[in-house]
Design a protein around this ligand. Structure first.
Ligand code: CA
Length: 692
């Protein structure tokens, strides 16, 4: 190529899309793209772009938008490579659009809903609509699916290059997280420790062929079968009883970070299966490697070190939240650290070299522990929080003080921007026979009673918090309505962007938290925004489509008026000279039309039984007390649910399977009847409360 052409092509596009590799991802700061889940390997979600800044952001306008009417929850971080934006939507459908115009280029549907139906994994279907992202490597996109496949897609054509089944077909394990890539290797974990006896693991594949390179299990299996490696033999010493019968849990469902400086991957591991340690490991023990960061050699998958945030976890806490890499100056020493804000409410700084704890402080209300002892690295627990004898009201809840919603870090301000929520859980196993407890495959199965009950909408709060990792103190904190707000993006323009559950994309001044700009998008946002530039022009993009939890209808979450099938799903892109207009959307619904036939005589006894059945199965889409919050139809206002014949055809017959409603073929006539009457009873109760 003549020199001037080479220079021109470098100037225009930075790395071309065949070239995205370790070097390109590590050097993404020198280009306008967004090449990997957390932008660079550091996962800091910091954009060096500064045209949109604290002085100019008031001029930020919609540049283009794309309506996505077939989607439900949208939680992904889009990638931008060589002028094309790629993202995964609901059920891991991957879409490529022109990053300048939003024009759709191709769409790949892995048919994951149909795969779940085929494998009779009905109950977990709704839980697995979410996809948090994709990976890009040398002209290929990688995406995981609800039925456990990892798929490589040609970035130009949108055609499948290869597909690997990363889980066993009869395990209740599915993928919602983004794969990560390095050294021609793609790595993926899985989730599902609430749905049966699962044992978590990650698997690494060759990006070219899809052949397995290595696998690492998070918890030990049955000692009688022999251990896979020394790490599992070591971990087995921290378990009691016959833990392998319950799987143990420890799924790596979200955080995996590659560290090019040490050629390691750090895994963020999940909670125990079941949650209740009395069942899983009677008599206690640390239960390695639950709730830990585990460092592995990136080429071999061999164990290097671990740090456990919750020894012997029993609250659905986990360490699956972002694992962010940074160079910090601590006590006048430059340190290579991990920054980590897991569900349990402490902010941890960990040495990347050896996994030793440097500091840990509470970033939210925490009652399960007093502090983390820096000598031992272990929490000083409040013994009552373990609900050994009595039920315990514990902060944070299993929703986490921080969940999967990405945090970001600005090296300019030195602050970490954490989507924070403060919600309690009441832990109680009174009515369970702990000695003979068994997990139920593909069903909500956590070994506690009534733990996910609702609270009044004002029990709990949320905020965007700017945290100084050096002094371990909050610098500013902006309260937000409700809870379950989106991930954050920090930029060199002294800005931090966050989408909210209430449906606004907001820009704050990064150093002091002043709100500078907001844009209503017509529906709640869960996904984190990104920034990129093409031909020297900076853009901000975000997916809007609230969701991303299996149990969604908590009153604190459900108060924003988003209704299933009513409010839009869309991709929005902003610039300083944008001229686009957002299509009109229905305003949040402030009162529902409850279906109440005053003539109908409701059978209270059946309704009472139906309430219990509902709380076991239906709640995690249709909401606590049937307040759905937009994740699924609110049954109190559903005409379909009021028709008994249709109700049976939908719930047991699978009439709405294509829309994602499972077919509960195992329900008896009596269970269907009871559920029907509970829906009628609850609809009347709500209608009467409205018009007494
Ligand atoms: Ca969990």
């Amino acid at each position: 190529m003549p020199h001037f052409l080479l220079l021109l092509s470098l100037l225009i596009s930075g790395y071309s899309y065949a070239e995205i590799n370790n070097k390109a991802i590590a050097n993404a700061d020198q280009d306008g793209g967004w090449y990997s889940y957390g932008r660079t390997y550091s996962e800091q979600r910091f954009s060096p772009e500064r045209a949109i800044n604290d002085k100019t952001v008031s001029q930020l306008k919609l540049d283009w938008s794309l309506e996505l009417p077939t989607m439900k929850s949208l939680n992904a971080t889009p990638l931008v490579v060589d002028g094309v934006m790629y993202f995964s939507g609901t059920h891991s459908v991957v879409i490529a659009v022109n990053a300048l115009t939003g024009e759709e280029l191709w769409r790949y549907d892995p048919q994951s809903l149909a795969a779940l139906q085929k494998n009779r994994r009905q109950e977990t279907m709704m839980s697995w609509g979410s996809s948090r992202g994709i990976a890009f490597w040398k002209g290929r996109i990688f995406v995981g699916t609800a039925d456990g496949r990892l798929i490589a897609i040609d970035a130009k054509s949108g055609n499948k290059a290869w597909s690997a089944q990363t889980t066993e077909i009869d395990e209740p394990l599915g993928i919602t997280g983004a794969p990560r890539v390095f050294n021609d290797t793609v790595i993926i974990g899985n989730g599902g420790s609430e749905f049966g006896p699962v044992r978590g693991y990650v698997t690494a594949y060759d990006t070219h062929t899809g052949k397995q390179r290595w696998r690492f299990y998070i918890v030990p299996g049955n000692p009688a079968d022999g251990f896979e490696n020394k790490a599992m033999a070591m971990a087995a010493k921290t378990w009691k009883g016959e833990w392998w019968k319950y799987g143990g849990g420890g799924t790596v469902w979200n955080a995996i970070t590659y560290d090019p400086e040490y050629n390691r991957v750090y895994l963020g591991t999940g909670n125990g299966a079941p949650w209740n340690q009395k069942i899983r490991s009677p008599g206690g023990g640390d239960n390695l490697f639950l709730c830990s960061i585990v460092a592995l050699d990136a080429d071999t998958g061999e164990y290097v070190w671990h740090y456990q945030t919750n020894p012997g976890e029993t609250w659905d806490y986990n360490s699956a939240m972002d694992i962010m890499l940074a160079d910090l100056e601590l006590d006048q020493q430059p340190r290579k650290v991990i920054m980590h804000a897991p569900k349990n409410g402490f902010f941890y700084i960990i040495d990347r070299e050896d996994g030793k704890l440097i500091s840990a402080e509470k970033f939210s209300k925490v009652t399960w522990a007093e502090k983390i002892d820096l000598e031992t690295g272990r929490p000083v627990e409040n013994p009552e929080a373990r609900y050994l004898e009595e039920p315990a009201l514990v902060w944070p809840s299993g929703y986490g003080a921080h969940n999967w919603h990405a945090m970001s870090y600005s090296p300019d301000t030195g602050l970490v921007y954490i989507p924070t929520q403060e919600i309690p859980s009441l832990f109680n196993d009174d009515e369970l026979n702990l000695d003979n407890w068994q997990s139920t495959m593909f069903r909500w199965s956590v070994g506690t009673n009534k733990v996910m009950q609702d609270f009044p909408a004002d029990v709990g709060s949320s905020s965007l918090q700017a945290w100084d990792p050096v002094t371990q103190k909050a610098i500013w904190q902006n309260p937000l309505p409700g809870a379950w707000n989106g991930g954050t993006l920090a930029t060199a323009g002294n800005l931090v962007f966050q989408g909210t559950a209430e449906g606004n994309l907001i820009a704050y001044k990064a150093d002091n938290g002043d709100e500078l700009w907001r844009f209503p998008v017509g529906v709640g946002i869960s996904a984190p925004p990104i920034s990129y530039s093409i031909n020297g022009k900076q853009y901000i993009s975000v997916l809007a489509g609230w969701g991303g939890a299996t149990y969604f209808g908590l009153s604190l979450f459900a108060q924003h008026g988003w209704e299933y099938g009513v409010h839009p799903r869309r991709l929005l892109t902003f610039s300083l000279d944008g001229k686009a207009e957002l299509p009109a959307a229905v305003a949040p619904v402030t009162s529902l039309n409850y279906v109440n036939d005053a003539e109908l005589i409701i059978d209270d006894k059946k309704a009472e039984r139906g309430k219990a059945a509902f709380a076991e199965t239906c709640f995690y889409c249709h909401g606590y007390g049937m307040v759905a919050g937009g994740g699924a139809p609110d049954l109190r206002a559903s005409k379909m649910a009021a028709n008994k014949g249709l109700f049976e055809k939908i719930v047991r017959g699978g009439l709405l399977q294509k829309r994602g409603m499972p077919a509960f073929s195992g329900f008896t006539d009596q269970q269907i009847d009871d559920l029907y009457w509970y829906v009628r009873w609850r609809a009347r109760e709500s209608a009467t409360a409205l018009n007494p």
